[in-house]
Design a protein around this ligand. Structure first.
Ligand code: AMP
Ligand code: ZN
Ligand code: FE
Ligand code: FE
Length: 284
């Protein structure tokens, strides 16, 4: 039988805010007939070793990854994917330590604020929810949902945790040039995730932001993503051509934390195997 010609290059496990353990994300990729997978947990590479081992066992190609939220002094958010990073790199270990410290500084402030607002929630409950991995607002939202303070994860962000809501606190973020530098020193390639979420006001501003990132060392752009409709896929394809960027894509699978997203399918699209091959070639 011929191997499948589709991959998923953006996925999350219980190592961050997904609901499936890393091994199970790999098993699901295999069961979904994908020939390649990248695990891109937020701020951690804790899932990489178990996922890589399972991928080897099942005969599916695996690319280590990470997703970092960088500083972006505009409207939206700038998420940077690092592909092919070496999990044993000391630079990468320092980087993840720094990112998790920033969370450890922020999370208790959110909890204190929630308590002040009359919400009965403790850091212990949140850590139980996250299972000891990278802990973030989605885990706090899950506790709020379970305890009946909100009716949905989205409502938890709207009412308490999101930008502009009363219990919003930002974490310290790396400037993008620093994130690029550390990803490169860890042996990886930096790719801008879901450019729609930059929330550029128009195409000219989007172009300028991408060009600035290219000047800082950007290697690729996420073209296919669950948030991207046909117009965004086209916009990002054009930017890839204009700035000679690698094209990547993935579902941003989070398990049952984002129930409408299936591994391997991003807003109805699949990601061609060739995109993973080009990344692998560049990483050689
Ligand atoms: P953190 O990294 O802990 O600040 O949490 C950020 C994560 O929360 C993002 O990666 C999203 O998955 C999730 N998130 C952010 N805003 C919302 C929202 N309005 N509704 C649902 N999930 C959100
Ligand atoms: Zn996430
Ligand atoms: Fe993201
Ligand atoms: Fe993601």
């Amino acid at each position: 039988m011929m191997a499948s010609s589709f991959v998923d290059l953006h996925s999350h496990s219980t190592a961050s805010d997904g609901t499936l353990p890393p091994e199970e994300v790999v098993r699901l990729a295999k069961a979904s007939d994908l020939s390649g997978l990248a695990l891109t947990d937020h701020d951690t590479i804790a899932g990489i070793a178990p996922a890589a081992a399972e991928a080897k066992k099942l005969g599916i190609d695996f690319l280590p990854g990470i997703e970092i939220s960088a500083a972006f002094p505009h409207l939206g958010t700038l998420h940077i994917l690092g592909y092919g990073v070496d999990p044993d790199s000391a630079v990468l270990q320092d980087l993840t330590r720094q990112l998790i410290d920033a969370r450890d500084n922020r999370n208790p402030r959110i909890i204190t604020k929630l308590n002040e607002l009359g919400v009965d929630i403790t850091m212990e409950e949140v850590e139980r929810e996250s299972g000891g991995g990278v802990t973030g607002r989605p885990h706090i939202a899950a506790v709020l949902l379970r305890k009946g303070y909100v009716n949905s994860i989205k409502q938890a962000f709207d009412k308490y945790l999101g930008q502009g809501a009363p219990a919003f606190f930002d974490k310290e973020r790396l400037p993008p040039e620093r994130a690029f530098e550390l990803i490169r020193q860890s042996g990886g390639l930096a790719v801008v995730a879901h450019p729609l979420q930059l929330r550029a006001q128009n195409d000219a501003q989007l172009d300028r932001v991408v060009k600035d990132l290219v000047d800082m060392g950007l290697a690729g752009i996420e073209v296919i993503h669950s948030d991207h409709d046909a117009a965004w896929v086209q916009k990002c394809t054009r930017l890839a051509e204009r700035y000679n960027l690698l094209m990547t894509g993935g579902s941003d699978f989070h398990g049952s934390n984002k129930k409408d997203i299936r591994l391997g399918i991003a807003n109805g699209r699949r990601v061609p195997r060739e995109w993973m091959d080009r990344l692998l070639e560049r990483l050689q």
